[in-house]
Design a protein around this ligand. Structure first.
Ligand SMILES: [Ca+2]
Ligand SMILES: [Ca+2]
Ligand SMILES: [Ca+2]
Length: 182
C-alpha cells in the first residue's frame, strides 16, 4: 500500500468548529490507498499523539532513531505573556518540544519522547539536518514569543547507553523549565 503522508495540525483546525478545534490538538496522519489506481478511496486518519494542554504548531518528519521509518518532531507555542515568564503553571499551554517514535507499523501506538517544556516559547519550525555531521539527525528550528530567547537555534542529538532524565540546555539563563501536567 502506498501512503500519502499528511499531518493535521493546529493550523488546519481553524477551518472547523470550536469542538473539532479542541480535538485537533492532536496530530494524525492520513492514509490514501492508491493500490486501486483510483483516487476515490477513503482517507483514513490515524493518531500520532499530542502535547496536551500545549498547543501544537510546528513539525517535521525524519528518521530520528535511524531504524528505517519516519518519526515526527514537534513544537508547541506558549499562550501566556511573551515578554516575561509570567504567572503560569504546569496546566497552562506552554512551550514544548518533543518527538514521536514511529512503532514500525504507523497505525499502531507512537511513543512520545519529551525534550523540553518551558513557560515561554513558540517552536514553530523544524528542519531535519545532520548539523554536526556525526551521522545522526539534528534539527534547525525557530522560536518566537519568548524575548530575549527568540531566534534560530539547533538541537543536537546526543545518544547515550542508558536513558537520561532530561534534555541538556545550552543557555545558562532561560525561560523557566516546567514539569509535565501528568
Ligand atoms: Ca524511525
Ligand atoms: Ca548529528
Ligand atoms: Ca549526535
Amino acid at each position: 500500500m502506498a501512503h500519502v503522508w499528511l499531518v493535521l495540525t493546529w493550523s488546519m483546525s481553524i477551518l472547523v468548529t470550536m469542538e473539532d478545534w479542541i480535538l485537533l490538538e492532536h496530530w494524525y496522519w492520513i492514509s490514501l490507498d492508491r493500490t486501486t489506481g483510483k483516487n476515490d478511496d477513503t482517507w483514513n486518519a490515524y493518531p500520532i499523539g499530542d502535547f496536551a494542554p500545549d498547543s501544537m504548531t510546528g513539525m517535521e518528519f525524519a528518521d530520528i532513531d535511524q531504524d528505517g521509518d519516519m518519526d515526527l518532531i514537534g513544537g508547541s507555542y506558549s499562550r501566556g505573556p511573551r515578554t516575561g515568564d509570567g504567572d503560569v503553571d504546569m496546566h497552562d499551554a506552554l512551550g514544548r518540544i518533543g518527538w514521536f517514535e514511529n512503532p514500525g507499523d504507523a497505525k499502531e501506538i507512537w511513543t512520545r519522547h519529551d525534550i523540553s517544556r518551558r513557560k515561554r516559547g513558540m517552536f514553530d519550525k523544524f528542519i531535519a539536518r545532520d548539523v554536526d555531521k556525526d551521522g545522526d539527525i539534528d534539527f534547525v528550528a525557530t522560536r518566537g514569543n519568548s524575548y530575549p530567547y527568540d531566534g534560530v537555534f539547533w538541537i543536537e542529538q546526543i545518544r547515550s547507553e542508558e536513558p537520561v532524565a532530561a534534555f541538556t540546555r545550552a543557555r545558562a539563563v532561560e525561560s523557566e523549565e516546567m514539569p509535565l501536567p501528568n
